[in-house]
Design a protein around this ligand. Structure first.
Ligand SMILES: Nc1ncnc2c1ncn2[C@@H]1O[C@H](COP(=O)(O)OP(=O)(O)OP(=O)(O)O)[C@@H](O)[C@H]1O
Ligand code: SF4
Ligand SMILES: [Mg+2]
Length: 341
């Protein structure tokens, strides 16, 4: 499709540590279309952050680096772009906001200076005009006393206010893609809703495509068009938000959905998937979810399943969706509790 703005293609990012090579991102592929909001979900340690850092070439090196694969941004493979080109892209064509904005705001410059710099990188305007624009942006993102805050320093603001500044910064650059890695996790619920609103406006009004990394399926339901589910460095399922929430295919996704608290249910006994995500390893054999999967059979511990196509941009990495299994003797018996729904 020609409206693809960002495409990860068989991306592999490994860490080379004293205790061995860690394939944190192990052949990840997915697409982000113009103006679309795609959620990346999965438990802690599954490779969400390393995936997003790889897109920006911000993986700490050493110990990490992209070992193979492509990150195509409007047709250019930026996984191999030089640092000079990445500097043009970062914060300009692709903006990024993190869970803790203190790490991306410079503590020694005032908010205004950082915003003015961002504005002037993008538009030829005088310092005075850029300052006015900065104040206007602060006002748009709901910062009280914007004409005072513009001269304050990051440490003088609360976490929620800093996140607003990051969004103002992203907005002032009019990026084509925004990567938001757990942007609201550290914030309380009310502030969280406001920050999500701001991101939604950025998406609707400036048509910015958003890659939203979160472990919160509630946020996904509210914000996303499509969802990519990751498990132990791999994509295990992909689909529209409706498909993923209403008709999950992969046993792992089914478990994630089951562990969502149900509104209006009196007895709140929360389900959680037993076990933990295995640490990515070079010697994985079999399906990585097999030790936790209630449907696993012998094939699952012998081979790693492919990402089977179930429709246009609808995929699941599970042998239950291998056409062959439907005819093979000794395959899984679905009759009673057909996990394929
Ligand atoms: N600097 C590093 N050195 C070695 N391994 C690392 C490093 N950073 C990340 N990893 C490994 O990469 C894997 C993926 O980590 P990542 O931070 O992407 O997970 P995540 O999905 O973002 O988790 P969370 O939800 O906790 O943010 C983990 O197994 C982690 O141990
Ligand atoms: S391939 Fe087997 S172990 Fe893996 S998720 Fe599917 S049924 Fe479970
Ligand atoms: Mg993370």
């Amino acid at each position: 499709m020609s409206d693809v703005i960002l495409e990860l293609n068989e991306l592999h990012t490994h860490f080379f540590t004293d205790s061995g090579e860690v394939p944190a991102v192990d052949g990840v592929s997915f697409k982000l279309h113009k103006g679309e909001v795609v959620g990346v979900v999965g438990e802690s340690g599954c490779g969400k952050s390393v995936t997003s850092l790889s897109v920006m070439q911000l993986v700490p090196n050493p110990p990490g680096r992209i070992v193979s694969g492509e990150v195509n941004f409007k047709g250019e493979n930026i996984a191999v772009a030089r640092e000079k080109r990445m500097k043009e892209i970062r914060g300009n064509e692709i903006a990024m906001i993190f869970q803790e904005p203190m790490t991306s705001l410079n503590p020694v410059y005032s908010i205004g200076n950082q915003l003015i710099e961002a504005v002037r990188m993008h538009k030829k305007v005088s310092k005075k005009e850029a300052r006015n624009k900065a104040i206007e942006m602060l006002e748009i993102v709901g910062i009280p006393r914007p004409s005072e805050v513009v001269d304050e320093f990051p440490h003088q603001l609360s976490g929620g206010m800093r996140q607003r500044v990051m969004i103002a910064m992203a907005m002032s650059c009019d990026p084509e893609v925004l990567i938001a890695d757990e942007p609201t996790t550290a914030l309380d619920v009310t502030i969280q809703a406001q920050i999500l609103d701001l991101m939604r406006n950025l998406n609707k009004e400036q048509d910015t495509a958003i890659l939203l990394i979160t472990h919160d399926l509630g946020v996904v339901a509210e914000m996303c068009d499509r969802v990519v589910v990751m498990y132990s460095g791999q994509v295990v399922e992909e689909g529209t938000v409706r498909e993923i929430l209403k008709d999950p295919k992969h046993p792992y996704t089914k478990g994630l959905i089951r562990s969502l608290p149900k509104l209006y249910e009196k007895e709140q006994k929360l389900y959680s998937i037993p076990g933990t995500v295995p640490k990515p390893s070079m010697d994985h054999v079999g399906c990585r979810f097999a030790p936790r999967c209630e449907f696993a059979w012998d094939r699952c511990v012998e081979e790693n399943p492919d990402l089977y196509e179930l429709g246009a941009e609808r995929k699941a990495r599970c042998f239950l969706y291998d056409e062959k299994e439907k005819v093979t003797e000794g395959g899984p018996q679905y009759d009673e509790a057909d996990p394929r729904g």
